[in-house]
Design a protein around this ligand. Structure first.
Ligand SMILES: [Zn+2]
Length: 224
């Protein structure tokens, strides 16, 4: 999926060389990591009612480090042959990498950040859902795709400032039957975090639910 070399023996989807070049964040061994700092900052500025527990990214996602890791994710979504299996594979790998940390302690549901139905139709799958499937198999924590819903498509936003991005995505999510998430601990899962605005918009929707806590996990962190 990254270097185009033919896979050998028991290699699956990604070759051993490319696996060894994934620029791991080692968030599991840090008390407070960059994802925590990102969300603590957003919560402090925007919405202090969010009950955020913890977060982590599996690897760095940028041009300078781990070019092949970026390719895995980009080709998985946009390549000539988009392949959801890469996300399942990376979800398993990431869960295994963090299984001994406390990141997944007392999580009730793995919840993929939903794609808008239109994009879901175009791509044919939600990559975050495949990440959750892989994680769920390793962690034995159920995935929930029923409650958190996307209500409208957001405009392409990669060039705008955080505040504008934040306004763009503020109300695009909703939670159906929120009482079923009362006192639950939700792990939001996505493929890549950049500004955090999309995941933060999900967190906003969870904050009115009594006793509902939220954590965040992503494969890639687009950190400068
Ligand atoms: Zn390779």
């Amino acid at each position: 999926m990254a270097c185009d070399r033919k896979l050998l023996g028991d290699e699956l989807i990604v070759c051993t060389d490319c696996l060894s070049t994934i620029p791991l964040t080692e968030h599991a061994i840090l008390d407070q990591n960059g994802i925590d700092l990102l969300f603590h900052d957003l919560i402090h500025k925007e919405s202090r009612t969010i009950r955020y527990e913890r977060g982590a990214a599996f690897a760095f996602y940028n041009r300078e480090r781990g070019q092949n890791f970026r390719l895995m994710i980009e080709r998985g979504k946009f390549g000539a042959h988009p392949n959801p299996q890469i996300f399942y594979f990376l979800g398993r790998l990431a869960a295994q990498a963090y299984i001994d940390s406390d990141l997944f302690d007392d999580i009730d549901y793995l919840v993929p950040v939903p794609l808008h139905p239109r994009r879901l139709r175009e791509r044919g799958y939600n990559q975050a859902e495949y990440i959750c499937r892989g994680m769920s198999e390793v962690l034995h924590i159920p995935m929930d795709t029923e409650h958190l819903l996307r209500t409208r498509n957001n405009p392409h936003q990669s060039r705008s400032q955080f505040h504008k991005r934040s306004e763009n995505v503020k109300n695009i999510f909703s939670v159906s039957y929120p009482e079923e998430w009362k006192n639950k601990h939700i792990l939001l899962v996505d493929d890549v975090i950049t500004s955090g605005s999309t995941m933060f918009a999900c967190m906003r929707q969870l904050s009115p639910i009594r006793g509902c806590r939220v954590s965040a996990f992503t494969l890639g962190w687009a950190h400068k």
